[in-house]
Design a protein. Structure first.
Ligand code: PLP
Length: 308
């Protein structure tokens, strides 16, 4: 279960965790009209470093733009609120941060004109999402929603009904996670992570046209992998390629870098985390804490005590 913090940032106020409430007529509750982010902060012993804060907040604004949702604050205020709520809670351990911009109450209709937008920023201590060395996945019978109905590039709350359906069915089937195919039957993404495979010496991931969220971790992996001299390809992936890949791994803020050890019962590689995945995972884990000093622009210091 979630480890509750003391406070939540709500519309510019720091309020006690249990008092951060919304009305049951909240438009976003009925119609999924909220946009949100999932961000991590990592302890580096001296400080707490928020990873790619700027990129996450920018994506939240892009998500809102896709649907034309109004936002209450400019981007800089959200970034400040993230640092503020981590400090207010005195969080110094690894943490997860959830900014969510939602539409308030005042109508039963779909039209939200005149309805006030709100912003909450929730932060709490958080460990691993998948608490195991590697995961088993199944190809979901649910297809990933796509641009013709609901563009996955928008991290909108309503879209997550698709992810929840895939995830819950995967768990019911005895798997750890689902990978969804897109409307064409090509590999899209996990319920909350992007997919990579290692095949014929290249690190391969599906393009945005495969109905994926434009993951910040996906971007991080591609940049680091190229810097490390790997060949990175962004191209369509057929389902059968996953069954025969040398390595498969997930990349996401929550999942971080997680090896996939089987797909629909077919063992990936030799059933253990592969060397390329291990290499990328190792660098990623150092970069986020500033133990590898490359890309300082990706780390925002919370306590400004010389870390990150
Ligand atoms: C559907 C989906 N795909 C991919 C990702 C990975 O994105 P990121 O690396 O920005 O966390 C997430 C998590 O936010 C997600 O929910």
């Amino acid at each position: 279960m979630l480890k509750e913090a003391i406070y939540i940032w709500l519309d510019g106020n720091i309020v006690p965790w249990h008092e951060a409430k919304v009305h049951v007529m909240t438009h976003s509750l009925h119609y999924g009209t909220a946009v949100f982010e999932g961000i991590r902060a990592y302890s580096d012993r001296r400080d707490l470093c928020v990873f790619r804060l700027h990129d996450h907040v920018r994506r939240m604004y892009r998500s809102a733009k896709i649907y034309g949702f109004p936002l209450r604050y400019p981007e800089d205020e959200v970034k400040k609120a993230v640092v503020e709520i981590l400090r207010a809670n005195g969080i110094r351990e690894d943490a997860y941060i959830r900014p969510i911009s939602f539409l308030g109450h005042g109508t039963i209709g779909l039209v939200y004109t005149g309805i006030e937008p709100h912003l909450a920023v929730i932060a709490f201590q958080y460990g691993k999402y998948f608490n195991k060395e590697g995961v088993s996945v199944t190809i979901s019978s649910w297809r990933r929603l796509c641009d013709e109905s609901a563009p996955p590039m928008a991290k909108a709350s309503g879209h997550y009904i698709n992810s929840v359906a895939a995830k819950m069915d995967a768990l019911r089937g005895g798997y750890d996670e689902a990978i969804m195919l897109d409307h064409r039957g090509m590999v899209s993404e996990g319920s909350g992570e992007n997919v990579f495979m290692v095949r014929e010496g290249a690190i391969v991931t599906p393009p945005l046209s495969s109905c994926i969220l434009e993951g910040v971790t996906r971007d991080t992996v591609m940049i680091l992998a190229r810097e490390e001299g790997f060949m990175v390809e962004v191209r369509d992936i057929a389902r059968a390629e996953l069954y025969t890949a040398d390595e498969v791994f997930f990349a996401g803020t929550a999942a971080e870098i997680t090896p996939v050890l089987s797909v629909d019962g077919r063992i990936v590689g030799d059933g253990k985390p592969g060397p390329v995945t291990g290499h990328i995972k190792g660098i990623y884990e150092k970069i986020v804490r500033g133990e590898d000093e490359r890309h300082p622009e990706w780390r925002t210091s919370v306590y400004e005590e010389g870390g990150c």
